[in-house]
Design a protein around this ligand. Structure first.
Ligand code: ATP
Ligand code: MG
Length: 289
């Protein structure tokens, strides 16, 4: 079993990115070794998602953040495999449009929040507002009155903490993953996108350019994670050099979170149960077929 608490940051301890291993796999030696546990997690997730959907009260908001080529897309498709597509919603947050830039930064996010009963997945998120926006100093493009930008990052951390508290208190439960790869693993994966014909379509010049800002991004990630880790919206810094371990860990966190909600199929009243008995009798008596 993977112990996902090892990767959890909920405000109790500080993250030092330079100290955490990106190639950690615990007791697991290989993908095959992890296959059985991963399968069990997926089956448990399907069962829990059914109950989440049936009760329509809670929703999960799963956020994926990472450097390029860390495996966000693959993690999303593998971990969500087998889930009822009607109960999931995936949104990818890219550079904001002109229209989005004319609004506050959570405007586009609010429109994408999951409905009750659903699992919402953000492929990147409002966290980009403290990452790429900071690394590339894009704040001027957001048209915020200048006198309000003095303590912008500290203010944003506070706003996000309040926002996630608000979501949690309303039954929208945030889980945040940072898929943590090493710089050398990223190089390997970017080279594969150049050398492997089937992966050529994934190659983007922008990824190479962003790679040059690795240290700046890591500094922002570390600070952001430390400032926005909380009990109600924890971060998981997932060792992701091995994709299979990353996916196993993510599935484990999601299953444990869903189980912690003690979801139950809606209970029927006596009246409703009598109705079922009545219709069972009627169907059994139906001579036509
Ligand atoms: P992939 O490369 O696997 O398709 P991706 O998430 O990197 O996934 P891209 O289309 O390559 O998708 O990049 C989206 C870009 O949009 C990222 O570089 C991200 O930093 C940027 N972005 C997201 N949100 C914002 C924001 N609020 N302001 C500025 N840039 C943003
Ligand atoms: Mg990209």
């Amino acid at each position: 079993m993977v112990d996902s608490r090892l990767f959890r940051y909920d405000g109790e301890r500080k993250l030092n990115l330079a100290e955490v291993k990106t190639d950690f796999t615990g007791d697991f030696k290989s993908k095959d070794d992890a296959a059985e546990d991963f399968k069990e997690n997926i089956e448990a997730m399907i069962e829990e998602q059914n109950k989440l959907f049936a009760t329509g009260g809670y929703a999960l908001l799963i956020i994926f953040q990472a450097m390029d080529a860390a495996g966000k897309d693959g993690a999303i498709s593998h971990v969500m495999s087998g889930l009822n597509p009607q109960g999931t919603q995936v949104y990818s947050f890219k550079q904001p449009s002109d229209e989005e830039l004319r609004h506050d930064y959570l405007w586009r996010v609010n429109k994408c929040l999951p409905e009750r009963g659903k699992i919402g997945i953000f492929n990147r998120s409002y966290y980009e507002e403290m990452l790429v926006v900071r690394v590339h100093d894009l704040i001027a493009g957001e048209h915020i009155p200048e006198d309000l930008t003095k303590d912008i990052w500290e203010n944003r951390y506070e706003q996000i903490n309040n926002y996630e508290r608000y979501l949690f208190d309303n039954g929208i439960i945030p889980i945040k993953f940072f898929l943590n790869i090493s710089k050398s693993e990223q190089k390997k994966r970017l080279l594969a996108r150049i050398d492997n014909k089937a992966k050529n379509w994934k190659f983007s010049e922008a990824d190479i350019k962003e790679r040059n800002f690795w240290d700046e991004y890591h500094k922002c990630y570390e600070e952001t994670i430390n400032k926005t880790s909380s009990k109600h919206a924890p971060w998981y810094v997932v060792p992701s050099d091995k994709k299979w371990f990353s996916r196993l860990t993510i599935s484990d966190v999601i299953v444990k979170k869903l189980k912690s909600l003690y979801l139950k199929y809606p209970q029927l009243s006596n009246e409703q149960e009598n109705l079922l008995l009545k219709y069972r009798k009627l169907l059994n008596e139906d001579q036509a077929n």
